[in-house]
Design a protein around this ligand. Structure first.
Ligand code: AMP
Length: 134
């Protein structure tokens, strides 16, 4: 069963394209969290960033940078949120690697970050060592 994004890439369902090359398609999100909300989609299907090759991830972020620039210049965005939902536990609905780029203004009232949680005494050091890249 192809993902919605595969169907878009294959031209089976329409989309509002803002950028395309051999590896990447960028389209407007059909349910925008802000007007101009864009999805940078890998043409080859990888469910999450964990399976994708590093050169593709680097290329996708180079496209994100161009879109961020267009949003700042042409939409007068004061910032962007760049988000990847990785796996359903994080809220990913479509298991096909994509990066959300959401234009922001300081007074738009949007919020994409959950409230802070707290470490128990000494716990922060355990988390640091569990995530540390050696
Ligand atoms: P995620 O939860 O990270 O998998 O995000 C999937 C995104 O794809 C959501 O923001 C949807 O609004 C968006 N989406 C779903 N179907 C389409 C479509 N046909 N065209 C454009 N965006 C879509």
């Amino acid at each position: 069963m192809p993902t919605v994004f595969e169907m878009i890439i294959n031209g089976d369902i329409p989309s509002k394209k803002v950028y395309e090359d051999d590896a990447v398609l960028a389209i407007l999100d059909i349910n925008p969290r802000a007007k101009g909300h864009t999805l940078v989609i890998s043409k080859k299907v990888y469910p999450t960033i964990s399976e994708a090759p590093e050169d593709l991830i680097a290329h996708m972020f180079s496209v994100v940078k161009k879109i961020d620039s267009a949003m700042r210049i042409n939409l007068k965005a004061e910032g962007t949120n760049v988000i990847i939902n990785n796996s359903s536990a994080s809220g990913q609905e479509i298991p096909h690697l994509h990066i959300h780029v959401i234009p922001r203004k300081s007074d738009d009232g949007l919020s994409f970050f959950p409230p802070v949680c707290k470490y128990e005494e000494g716990e922060i050091d355990r988390y640091r060592s569990l995530i540390e890249i050696k």
